[in-house]
Design a protein around this ligand. Structure first.
Ligand code: NDP
Ligand code: MG
Ligand code: MG
Length: 336
């Protein structure tokens, strides 16, 4: 697979194009600041008085009401939560975007599942950094960058690919390495990763291990350290040097235990469930259910997320983390 860097992208490829960033949350804040520092003409579309508006004012980034920001923009980045995008497109972008503007997403959900159907005159592109907004900003500020994916869904102007690559470069994505994908591949793999492995899978593994130890009579504090706290040390090794690096650093006993017991936890049955989850993502069933849940007022969502925060591991963890001084520096970590 080809990985593009800054040299592969013609300087000034999106010069003179006005960029409107709609939403100033995790991604919006990082994109807008990086694009501005890269010399682009950026305006942030935020609702006056809202949290995003306050942050943008404090950061000194030009702001306008969302419809006003869209009106003169050549590239419109829609960086509001996925579930808000259909309404933002319908009420703000479709009626106000100029002919031949590009609409840019950081996740393909709204397009893949037909929630947003952009006008035929518009370019439809995606630039998705592989990291949370605060890291995208921090790495850029250090002269580095977080790798990013880009894709073109609709090329109305003949310039869609240039626009996506130029924007990605402006947020530091080509410094980190830029990979080409499609809306379908980005969306389906992102949803699968967060459900089966990163957020859903890892969380259940941690909670399941904790409960097994506590039910067997071990002290919850000890179980917390073994099943949650130390996970970071292992994940850091994966991140820095893959499975091989973890194997270089753990004891022989841990390695033997991991090769004989790991496959009993994540076994053929678990992988069958993973395939099921993937099939539900591919068929659109997951998206339909999530949209229906939103339309019904998110009662089940609220109850299930609350159950997570009420889990005994959270009670014991809060007390232990209070003593870990290094954790108290402010930092956000919305990764998925
Ligand atoms: P956030 O939840 O952080 O975005 C919140 C922003 O959207 C706020 O500025 C909020 O305004 C604004 N907003 C919400 N609803 C509306 C509305 N109806 N009209 C106008 N503005 C609105 O979003 P994320 O940054 O997490 O996600 C943005 C996109 O990036 C999504 O597509 C997501 O999948 C993708 N993504 C996110 C990643 C992440 O790390 N979070 C990683 C990669 C992709 P206000 O302040 O006024 O409430
Ligand atoms: Mg993700
Ligand atoms: Mg995601």
């Amino acid at each position: 697979m080809e990985i593009y860097t800054n040299e592969d992208i013609r300087p000034g490829v999106i010069a003179g194009q006005r960029i409107a960033v709609i939403g100033y949350g995790s991604q919006g804040r990082a994109h807008a600041q990086n694009l501005k520092d890269s010399g682009h003409d950026v305006v942030v579309g935020v609702r006056e008085g809202g949290k995003g508006w306050k942050h943008a004012q404090a950061d000194g980034v030009p702001t306008a009401e969302p419809a006003e920001a869209v009106r003169n923009a050549d590239i419109i980045a829609i960086l509001t939560p996925d579930m808000a995008q259909a309404q933002v497109y319908r009420d703000i972008i479709e009626p106000h975007a100029k002919k031949g503007a590009a609409i840019l997403f950081a996740h393909g959900f709204s397009i893949l599942y037909g929630r947003v159907a952009p006008r035929p005159d518009m370019d439809v592109i995606l630039v998705a950094p592989k990291g949370p907004g605060d890291l995208v900003r921090r790495e850029y500020a250090r002269g580095r960058g977080v790798p990013a994916l880009f894709a073109v869904e609709q090329d109305a102007t003949g310039k869609a690919r240039d626009r996506a690559m130029g924007y990605a470069k402006g947020i530091g994505g080509a410094t980190g390495g830029l990979l080409e994908t499609s809306f379908r591949e980005e969306t389906e793999t992102d949803l699968f990763g967060e459900q089966a492995v990163l957020c859903g899978g890892a969380k259940e593994l941690v909670m399941g291990g904790f409960s097994t130890l506590v039910e067997a009579g071990y002290q919850p504090e000890i179980a917390y350290f073994e099943c949650l706290h130390e996970l970071k040390l292992i994940v850091d090794l994966f991140y820095e040097g893959g499975i091989t690096k973890m194997n270089e650093f753990i004891s022989e006993t841990a390695k033997w235990g991991s090769v004989v017991s790991g496959p009993r936890v994540i076994n053929g049955e678990t992988r069958e469930r993973m395939r099921e989850i993937l099939a539900e993502i591919q068929s659109g069933q997951f998206a339909r259910e999530w949209i229906a849940e939103n339309e019904a007022g998110k009662g089940a969502y609220d109850a299930l997320v609350k159950a997570d925060s009420d889990h005994p591991i959270e009670v014991v963890g809060a007390g232990l983390r209070e003593r870990m001084a290094w954790l108290h520096a402010p930092k956000t970590a919305e990764a998925a």
